[in-house]
Design a protein around this ligand. Structure first.
Ligand code: MN
Length: 301
């Protein structure tokens, strides 16, 4: 009977916190100086929970992406996604939007109306590997996800395979994502792929992972080599667990682009600002964003 515990790395990472727009707190857990990626997950923003006043909901005007998938998981609130492929999709709590940028897509994210409301979402990016990053863009909405009740946690499988279930999200590298939520004290052991690195972000309350207590604003990185992880809470709490096979390609992330070279990023930024290459989002009432000047990029890296 083997009950071997591996001593894989546990690393506490403080998210970068910023107030954006009209008073939403956004905690950027990835990338940080401490860690650029977890598997192919290369970006993780935790927005809210926040109440907003009339006319002050989340609105992000049309902007482009290349080389990545955007992965939106809504906990509270509703957002309308519009993109240059013509998709218009409202996303609600418990649902995932997955947009594959590939060689280029444009999208906007809008509040449904001007009413006051509440928002709590996570937005992640997944870097596409070399063989897939130039593919045609695509958009998928997943309204129904596999749910496991285990040890008092309601576990929603967002991506990949766990507990012998597989999430429908179409991804291009081995990875996993799940949301764990409990209204009371709970304890579960989550099976992990030992080839993956993982990280847990606390979304609400406090959770303890292998003895490390984390609250919103802290990401706990878990190095490869672990077959399971224990997650507990003493009262209502929610956490996001992500993981994946360590990404072996060096990526260059700049503004909304995931690329490999400065030339590629400069080309994409200039094309966007000149209204070339990228198709437009139709019917968005929001103003098209402008790419920052990438000319210093060669110097910064
Ligand atoms: Mn975007």
């Amino acid at each position: 009977m083997s009950d071997h515990k591996t001593d894989s790395v546990l690393e506490r990472i403080t998210a970068n916190s910023a107030e954006v727009g009209k008073g939403f707190t956004v905690r950027r857990a990835i990338p940080t100086k401490a860690r650029r990626m977890v598997g192919a997950w290369c970006f993780l923003d935790h927005v809210g929970p926040a109440n907003f006043d009339r006319g002050n909901g989340m609105n992000v005007g049309p902007h482009p992406h290349i080389g990545l998938q955007t992965f939106t998981w809504v906990i509270e609130g509703e957002i309308l996604h519009r993109d240059s492929l013509g998709y218009e999709q409202i996303i609600r709590p418990g649902q995932v939007n997955l947009m594959t940028a590939g060689n280029g897509i444009t999208h906007a994210e809008e509040s449904l109306n001007d009413d006051a409301g509440r928002i709590h979402i996570t937005q992640l990016w997944i870097a596409l590997p070399e063989a897939e990053r130039h593919r045609e863009p695509d958009f998928k909405h997943y309204p129904d996800l596999p749910i496991i009740n285990n040890g008092g946690f309601k576990i929603t499988l967002l991506a990949g395979t766990a507990f012998n279930l597989t999430a429908p999200a179409q991804v291009y590298t081995p990875l996993v994502g799940m949301d764990l939520k409990s209204e009371n004290a709970a304890k579960t052991d989550v099976p992990l792929n030992p080839d993956f690195e993982h990280a847990v972000l606390c979304l609400d309350g406090a959770v303890e992972i292998e003895g490390e207590l984390i609250e919103p604003g802290t990401l706990l990185y878990i190095g490869p080599g672990r077959h399971s992880v224990s997650i507990t809470c003493n009262k209502a709490a929610q956490a996001l667990l992500i993981g994946g096979k360590p990404f072996e390609e060096n990526i260059l992330m700049w503004w909304n682009f995931v690329a490999r070279t400065p030339e590629e990023v400069i080309r994409a930024a200039e094309a966007w600002n000149k209204h070339q290459h990228f198709s437009e989002v139709k019917n968005s009432p929001l103003k098209r964003l402008v790419a920052p000047d990438p000319s210093g990029l060669h110097l910064k890296i």
